[in-house]
Design a protein around this ligand. Structure first.
Ligand code: G6P
Length: 370
């Protein structure tokens, strides 16, 4: 068993460290050498079919749903197609408007999640084209979808998903660029900028992994608390939701993710002296707004840890108690870097409270009941 973990104490830690490789493997052969274009010939969709897409529904469960929240922003920004993201267990029951010009994207690490599979079937019954983003070649979802985009994360054993999530982000970036180049919704320079920045992501993740000792200290200080909050705006809010889920799954510490600007509409009442708040502050155009939300929680005694871009320390650190700097990338790509410290904080918090990291109570790796 130790051999399978390649010297790591847990599968989760091994999988966290495999992310730079998962990014490279998921991009390999899909990005042109000059970083000017994406090739997704594995997807059968013709240019005509892409041009016929009027809206996109992204449907998934758990961590894959959180990747879909980022996917919504990616596709809307890059391809200017309206996107809705739903949890699969809700999707079918809200009578979604699925038409033949709807592209339904199901996201599933295992490709076997019952609710996701049921959503896929419902989409097909209504004549929509279905694209599956999955980590398992030949899975039920892969077999039944019209098009398949494989995430090459390799087998994920730990119940808490890490490298599958980040590979799903990479898949969305690739697909977003693919749509944009087909539809002409992005300038060539912008496409090249995104693809060039994506090539830097593996090294940027490595730089975060090298700082795991600092994150262990953060986790130890968090592990004594019963409640905490994650806040952010835009894609930072999507990452906040994933960070909160990760922490709950394996440390059993209660946390809530909140859109930073929404705090004052209720949640602020829960902020009391010493409560930890982890604030994602990576979106430059939203800095000012997020910092003012941080001041609101600080004024009520919260202890704020910011996850912020290297280079923004001067601006951000005066408003927070602690700051963990991550390498800066394009705002849209930041989830692929900013989630890494949250994964490590969850891992070390789980260890600190003495839980079974890889097999948290009550949870299964793949949920095949609805
Ligand atoms: C379970 C797992 C989660 C996962 C979710 C969706 O709840 O514990 O980690 O995100 O299922 O799984 P899928 O295989 O469809 O991505």
């Amino acid at each position: 068993v130790t051999a399978e973990k390649a010297g790591f104490d847990h599968f989760m830690l091994k999988e966290i460290y495999e992310q730079p490789k998962a990014y490279r493997d998921t991009m390999r052969g899909r990005v042109s050498e000059d970083n000017n274009s994406v090739s997704l010939t594995e997807i059968g969709m013709t240019a005509e079919q892409v041009k016929g897409i009027r809206k996109v529904h992204i449907v998934a469960c758990g961590t894959a749903y959180h990747a879909g929240l980022v996917g919504k922003t990616v596709i809307e920004r890059m391809a200017r197609i309206p996107v809705e993201t739903d949890v699969a267990s809700e999707y079918r029951y809200r009578s979604p408007i699925i038409t033949p010009d709807t592209l339904v994207i199901v996201v599933s690490q295992s490709g076997e999640t019952a609710d996701t599979l049921a959503a896929l079937r419902e989409a097909k019954r209504n004549g929509a084209r279905v694209l599956a983003i999955t980590n398992v070649v030949g899975s039920s979802v892969a077999r039944e979808a019209d098009d398949v985009l494989i995430t090459w994360a390799g087998p994920e054993i730990a119940v808490a998903s890490t490298k599958a999530y980040t590979s799903q982000l990479i898949a969305f970036y690739l697909f977003g660029v693919y749509l944009a180049q087909t539809l002409g919704t992005m300038e060539q320079a912008a496409i090249t900028e995104v693809l060039t920045a994506m090539q830097q992501l593996p090294e940027q993740v490595e730089a975060v992994l090298e700082q795991s000792a600092v994150l262990k200290q953060v986790a130890d200080s968090i592990a004594v608390h019963k409640n905490l909050f994650f806040i952010g705006r835009g894609v930072d809010f999507a990452v906040a939701q994933e960070g909160s889920l990760k922490l709950k799954e394996i440390s059993y510490i209660h946390s809530e993710a909140y859109a930073a600007g929404e705090l004052k509409h209720g949640t602020l009442a829960l902020i009391e002296d010493g409560i930890p708040v982890i604030a994602l502050v990576t979106q430059e155009e939203l800095y000012e707004k997020t910092l003012s939300n941080i001041k609101e929680v600080k004024a009520r005694g919260a202890h704020v840890l910011a996850i912020a871009n290297a280079g923004s320390e001067v601006e951000v650190s005066k408003s927070v108690d602690e700051l963990f700097a991550i390498p800066k990338t394009l705002p849209i790509l930041s989830p692929a870097v900013s989630v890494i410290p949250l994964q490590l904080i969850s891992y070390y918090a789980s260890l600190a409270v003495g839980n079974d990291v890889d097999k948290p109570r009550n949870l299964a790796k793949s949920v095949t009941v609805e």
